[in-house]
Write a protein that binds this ligand. Structure first.
Ligand SMILES: [Cu+2]
Length: 384
């Protein structure tokens, strides 16, 4: 059944006041379910989900460390999703030209519900999980779900397996469009990267984009964007690999500082910097390594690099949880971005905004905190 995302938005809105959805499952204790390594295999929701055990846990891996054929199987599966029809209403979401773009469109629709607020980390964790399951169920992918190891590639973007542009990469740079500096904000200018044009080679060479970039203002001043953000405007996905950004904001020291952040508030600032200001965080930095559309908060999920980029974000968050066992269930933030308009604080019992038709179930924040319980059963090859 095709559902309008807007109806979900209305539903989410009506739930976001003082009426909190009752947790469907036993509430999790705050200290025992997650980080102690010998608790990895514990599952707090017996009956609802298959138990997460040593035998069925999946291991997420560094894209660059995967065998070339496994990397190609992953990008083949993404291209398979691009060949599946959209299930969204074309009258409302004309830019959703296939199932891959349905995900991108859900991200556009949910940008104001899942960024710079208390849902950011768990909403993206679940979105990645749904995409991963879709690659497996719809497109037969059996390999690992990879992350892009930002600091490991920072000094050699174009030479790294993930961006070298060969058949086993995530495609490389765009063609070079000149050295004009990039004006990010009135007082924030970045040097141009080494590309700027359409993707030249690899599995996503010449790939089409349909969704225009959307101004951050809709996130930063609390106003509702027009329906035209869902329109279809076809051009090519561009990239502009930016070594300055990579070396400045996603180096090993920056990632290390994030996983050592003493509390979730500090952690989130180290992830996202001050949006609209002159400093990036490690997550926003990774976006700006790529250039548009990957650097646009709303439309970024059109570039397939979005998935390994955010799997790395989830790896950093998981590592932070493991390093802070007493805070693994910590919550931070409000229900609206930057608390505009003012909204309640998010709690473990707050219902998470949905993911469109990709999952019609509802989840509380607390249900999405552990990667080895509830709907999840995965860990990372190496924690930060
Ligand atoms: Cu996002």
């Amino acid at each position: 059944m095709v559902k309008s995302l807007l109806s979900f938005a209305v539903a989410a809105l009506s739930l976001s006041g003082s009426v909190l959805a009752a947790p469907k499952y036993q509430p999790w204790s705050t200290t025992t379910h997650f980080p102690v390594v010998d608790k990895w295999l514990e599952n707090k929701c017996p009956g609802k989900y298959q138990a997460c055990t040593d035998d069925n846990i999946s291991i997420r891996k560094d894209f660059d460390a995967m065998p070339p054929q496994e990397r190609k199987a992953y990008t083949d599966a993404i291209n398979c999703l691009r060949n599946q029809p959209s299930q969204l209403d074309p009258n409302v979401y004309p830019g959703a030209i296939n199932r891959f773009f349905d995900y991108a469109m859900v991200h556009v629709n949910r940008t104001r519900d899942a960024h710079l607020n208390g849902f950011f980390l768990v909403w993206h964790r679940m979105y990645l999980h749904l995409f991963e399951q879709d690659l497996r169920k719809t497109c037969g992918y059996t390999g690992s779900f990879p992350y892009w190891n930002w600091p490991a590639t920072a000094d050699n973007l174009r030479g790294s397996p993930i961006f070298n542009g060969d058949a086993f990469s995530m495609s490389g740079d765009g063609y070079f469009t000149g050295n004009t500096p990039l004006q990010i904000a009135p007082t924030f200018i970045l040097p141009h990267g080494t590309g700027g044009g359409c993707i030249m080679s690899g599995p996503f060479a010449g790939m089409t984009r349909t969704i225009n970039d959307v101004t951050n203002a809709f996130l930063l001043n609390g106003t509702t964007p027009p329906m035209s953000i869902y329109a279809k405007n076809e051009s090519c996905i561009t990239r502009d690999l930016n070594t300055f950004v990579a070396q400045t904001w996603t180096n090993y020291t920056a990632v290390q500082q994030a996983v050592e952040a003493p509390d979730l508030n500090t952690f989130e600032i180290l992830l996202n910097g001050v949006v609209g200001g002159g400093q990036l965080g490690i997550h926003s930095g990774a976006h700006f390594i790529m250039g548009s559309p990957a650097s646009n908060i709303f439309s970024s999920a059109q570039d397939p690099i979005w998935y390994p980029l955010h799997t790395m974000l989830d790896r950093v968050y998981t590592s932070w949880q493991i390093r802070h066992p007493d805070q693994a269930d910590a919550v931070w933030g409000n229900e609206t971005p930057l608390n505009l308009p003012p909204s309640p604080n998010v709690t473990l019992d707050t219902q998470v905004p949905d993911w469109g038709y990709f999952d019609l179930d509802t989840y509380t924040v607390g249900e999405l905190k552990s990667t080895t319980a509830g709907p999840f059963c995965y860990k990372y090859d190496i924690n930060v």
